[in-house]
Ligand binder design. Sequence first.
Ligand SMILES: Nc1ncnc2c1ncn2[C@@H]1O[C@H](COP(=O)(O)OP(=O)(O)OP(=O)(O)O)[C@@H](O)[C@H]1O
Length: 314
Amino acid sequence: MSDPLANVGWVDNLVEAKALTKHFGTFEAVRGIDVEVRRGEAFGFLGPNGAGKSSTMRMISCVSGRTGGDLKVLGMDPERDGPKIRARLGVVPQLDNLDTELTVRQNLQIYGRYFGMSRQKCREKANELLEFAQLTDRADHEVEPLSGGMKRRLTIARSLVNDPELLLLDEPTTGLDPQARHLLWDRLFRLKQDGVTLIITTHYMDEAEQLCDRLVVMDGGRIAAEGSPGELISRYSTKEVLELRFQPGAEKPDLDRFAERVEVLPDRLLLYTQDGEHTLAKVHEHGVQPIQSLVRRSSLEDVFLRLTGRTLVD
Ligand SMILES: Nc1ncnc2c1ncn2[C@@H]1O[C@H](COP(=O)(O)OP(=O)(O)OP(=O)(O)O)[C@@H](O)[C@H]1O
């Protein structure tokens, strides 16, 4: 029997990039990255502004050509098969580009028409997506007065009109308040459960930790590390971190011997240790009196600091 999936181009890796580069004139925004995104996972590009995340996303979403290297999306070449790939992708750009002349529902329906769906199908799909985005009660309202979180959910709903296998989200929650972010994460979890592969760029470490099964840490156009959030934390950091703050302007004590590693930031010291409370006790025994102390688990922020010597959000 022939393989029923052969015709729809089934591949296990939805994105395969090898030595992928993007130059703008002489500036190298993406400097030879290798990435594999597996079907069904939520994959993250984590990095600060200017790391090359959006440039990479734009190549994957077939809106910008590569300068060098190889790129396959859904097993096809974006430069040759752009329209075929785009028909199976959903794209949520960094800035919402909703049509403010249309209502919430019309924004969804008109997208369906772009994909050649019948009016009836567009109506049904819009109803389904309004419910998914928790916007049913706003369906016939204008877009402009919606909150930032609602606009974001509508943009995501719109990107799902064509039932994409792969959804690309560029900084999905930037600028949203914590409640709106959590609501949006909840929707993304649901999509993942439904089998949609997600690629997310973010400079929020908590977002990457919450959402991503695997991620790459990008900096200066390169990949600094790759793995699951847990793997990256155990590879590059300790179990716990003791944060100590001192009087402004006071000289920070040398506490290197109390921890596996110490980072000196402008406003605090970070002591990397397996047991923060024990380390704090030793610091106190030594007569050091910080004005504030906090023991927490290591995070991706610590991984980034270790890899680049900088904090993620300056
Ligand atoms: N069209 C362009 N022309 C020239 N330089 C560009 C262009 N697009 C991006 N760049 C530069 O390439 C670098 C990477 O930008 P990119 O937008 O990919 O980074 P990013 O990691 O997505 O950051 P952000 O979070 O700010 O979007 C930046 O230094 C940016 O100024």
